[in-house]
Unconditional design. Sequence first.
Length: 405
Amino acid sequence: MRGGSVAVVGGSIAGCAAALAASRGGAERITVLERADARLRDRGVGIALHSDRYDELRDAGYVAPEMPWAPLTRRVWSVRDGEADHGRAIGEQPFPFRAYSWGSLWSELRRRVPERVSYRSGAVVTGVEPDAEGVTLRLADGHQERFDVVIGADGYRSVVREAMFPGADASYAGYVGWRGTSPDVADLPADGNDAHNIVFPGGHCMIYRIPDGAGGHRLNWVLYTAPPQVDGLHPDLRTPTSLPPGRLNSELTGHLRALVAEHFPPYWAARVLRTPAETTFIQPIYDLEVPHYTSGRMALVGDAASVARPHIGGGSVKALQDATALEAAWVAGDSWEEVLANYDARRGPVGAAMVALARRMGDAQVENTPDWSAMDQAAFDGWWQEQNSGSDRRSGFGGHSMKGR
Ligand SMILES: Cc1cc2nc3c(=O)[nH]c(=O)nc-3n(C[C@H](O)[C@H](O)[C@H](O)COP(=O)(O)OP(=O)(O)OC[C@H]3O[C@@H](n4cnc5c(N)ncnc54)[C@H](O)[C@@H]3O)c2cc1C
């Protein structure tokens, strides 16, 4: 399918990759409309990509070795054990991931978006009006523009999805991810190549090293647990939104800090508690599935299409794979109908399988945690296997394999 005008709503990871896909697919005029006017690169938190998925995405031309990354090889799960500085390891597993800073991964993807693509920052889409032959987008500045095809890469609160499937919203999983980064990387165990998962009743905290974009590293952590029942918090969480740095109320921050002080081994507690509170933020955790990835002349990619809880470590992989599948469908299809039907058939089942696996992981790792301190390596392996037992080739920890697809 060659020619035509395409709008991509959202210019984050999925949006940049979708613009690249549309360009390679042969679209004539491509416009990316991104709400943020500040540079997105400032989103400084970590993203981990499974090494095998990275290799596939590199071969597909969506990621490249020059994107700064830090290797991770093993993940160690630990509980507090009295005053033992690093606590006690209850299980270890291979963890072949590449750790990125979100901002540097995005910058490199942005750089790959061809110059002929018009990338418009500060462009907010407020209305999406499909008809039989295309889609009209209304912008916050009062303008409207019509395109042959619109790709929604506008995240979990997607306005494109709302036009396709009204009411298909993200649902709050009942817990949050409290995130932060710090420069505190001087004496990490195993030269920093281990990821650490500190576990406690009702949650866990992933900690790993990411590149700082200037040749050094930062420590990245994300703690998952149910928030306390405090006034004014829950309505915010149930309406999909995140609480950026500076907007966390002191009751919530106080609760999380007390949890860390009580349940973390002293070494890791110090690292999390030394992170300046005003630089930490909260992302409520959501589940999202859609009946289809396409409808009429509209398609969804990345978090706009489906959100799998982050325990699966595959959200960005899924977004990038969506783009590669879109490119393949584009190249193979002779009409918009063929391109979009082919894309939906390839990606719909993958999204649903990943959401299901991530739900099982959230249940086991946060909502119904085991008695971690009673676990040894054998018990840990069985517990991990149980979460993964229903997985098929379309899901899998770190994202599914594209080989043979
Ligand atoms: C706590 C947590 C940890 C995670 N850890 C990992 C990990 O380790 N590995 C991994 O692979 N994934 C991880 N993920 C998932 C990953 O961050 C996302 O899946 C991935 O970034 C895909 O993003 P996206 O581009 O689809 O959406 P987003 O990054 O949300 O981008 C949507 C873009 O659309 C723009 N936009 C929205 N509405 C409009 C509008 N109306 N008009 C114009 N623009 C608009 C926004 O400004 C934004 O830039 C994690 C997620 C969470 C919450």
